[in-house]
Design a protein. Structure first.
Length: 127
């Protein structure tokens, strides 16, 4: 996923504010699901939702105003109810900016853990 950095993404020092990376990662996961033909909206309407259970981020190098970032997203380990997403964010010079790991848990409308449907598991684990 490509991401252009606008002024509102930065802090007073002109670098991307650290918490904005959470939004970038969320957008990347949504795009990942969409590319796998798994609409987050349709899943939610069917009572299949995901919550973030854990987030790890290593900030390697600052991104700055007007940078163009490339966010690589892939599935790591997957269990009955959990999906591990691995993210790497690079700047236009191919320098790594961020490495992150996000653990999502599949839940129902009452936010109780539930199994990830088999058809969804197959979609998101395919290359």
């Amino acid at each position: 996923m490509k991401k252009h950095i606008y002024y509102h993404h930065t802090d007073c020092g002109g670098v991307v504010y650290y918490a904005n990376y959470l939004n970038f990662l969320e957008e990347a996961r949504t795009e990942f699901f969409s590319l796998k033909e798994a609409s987050i909206k349709a899943l939610s309407d069917a009572g299949i939702m995901f919550v973030v259970a854990r987030q790890e981020i290593d900030y390697k190098f600052p991104a700055k105003y007007a940078d163009d970032l490339d966010i690589k997203t892939q599935v790591g380990e997957m269990t009955h109810v959990r999906i591990e997403f691995l993210h790497e964010i690079y700047n236009q010079n191919k320098q790594i900016i961020v490495k992150a790991k996000t653990i999502l848990v599949c839940v129902d409308k009452n936010l109780k853990p539930q199994a990830i449907p088999d058809d969804l598991r197959k979609k998101i684990s395919s290359n």
